[in-house]
Design a protein around this ligand. Structure first.
Ligand code: ZN
Length: 286
């Protein structure tokens, strides 16, 4: 196992795990301290990023990427599929919302707080919320949180929560949504996790990433193939103590995701999944 980064012109970084043990069970970490706090720690799940799929669990992610075991990667129930869109709101968000509405899918939208600086962008998020989607937190300036002081981590999270709530109001659904935070690039360590949890936030990454940020609009078939790969891995892993739920990662600005989205949704529905917001995915009462 090794940790690599792939750079994009926009300085997007995504952690990769390059392994070739698809269909086999990973070995547990030898360190018992890794295993005591996560509700998912004994559970394997499919983990796909940038075309690489493997069977993973929180203890192994801790060992390989230093991801705290309390960071969520899956949903609670086996038939749940949480579809998520990061880096919102972009000008493309209305196109995503139109497809989700036509397909009757509720999703979760992760907001970069500083993008809520114009009335137009605020209106987009408000309309997404009113359409039933969950609005969640993706930091204020999209930094690598592991490079910041605890005070700055807290500021990134709190400023974004406040910006979201100023737009969508402060009812219970809004407050719940805004307390979920996905760290930019999925980068998080113990200090960041402890700071965020102490400040009232709950963190998550993903277990299904098509890397749409690295693809162009010509790559629709690549996205479709990656969705199929992820669904097939779960199918061949049935009966191997796998949590088959999916918590995916898309970007609201992605043209290729927009083009692939109707087909993706149908493929996922055909497998028997129920689309849920993150709030439902992680077990909160709906
Ligand atoms: Zn992001």
């Amino acid at each position: 196992m090794r940790r690599t980064y792939k750079m994009l012109s926009s300085a997007v970084i995504a952690p990769l795990i390059l392994v070739s043990c698809v269909g086999t069970s990973p070995q547990k970490s030898a360190d018992p301290s890794d295993l005591k706090t996560s509700q998912h720690d004994s559970e394997n799940f499919s983990y796909c990023t940038i075309g690489d799929c493997t069977i993973m669990n929180s203890a192994l992610l801790r060992t390989n990427l230093q991801i705290p075991v309390t960071v969520h990667h899956t949903c609670r129930l086996p038939n749940q599929y949480a579809m998520t869109f990061d880096d919102a709101p972009s000008d493309n968000l209305p196109n995503i919302l139109a497809i989700l509405k036509a397909k009757q899918v509720k999703a979760t939208i992760f907001v970069i707080g500083k993008k809520l600086s114009t009335p137009e962008k605020r209106a987009l998020i408000k309309s997404a919320y009113l359409q039933g989607h969950q609005i969640s937190n993706h930091s204020f300036t999209h930094p690598d949180l592991t490079k910041l002081s605890a005070a700055d981590v807290k500021k990134e999270a709190s400023q974004t929560r406040d910006a979201i709530l100023d737009v969508i109001g402060r009812d219970e659904r809004a407050l719940n949504g805004a307390h979920y935070l996905r760290p930019p690039y999925g980068l998080i360590n113990d200090q960041v996790e402890q700071t965020l949890v102490a400040a009232g936030f709950e963190t998550l990454r993903w277990n299904a990433d098509r890397a749409d940020w690295s693809l162009s609009e010509k790559d629709r078939n690549v996205v479709i193939a990656r969705v199929k790969q992820q669904l097939d891995l779960i199918k061949v892993s049935a009966g191997k103590n796998i949590n088959p739920s999916m918590l995916d990662l898309n970007h609201d600005y992605s043209e290729v995701t927009t083009l692939a989205l109707p087909t993706m949704i149908e493929m996922i529905k055909e497998k028997g999944y129920k689309f849920v917001t993150l709030r439902e995915c992680l077990g909160a009462k709906s």
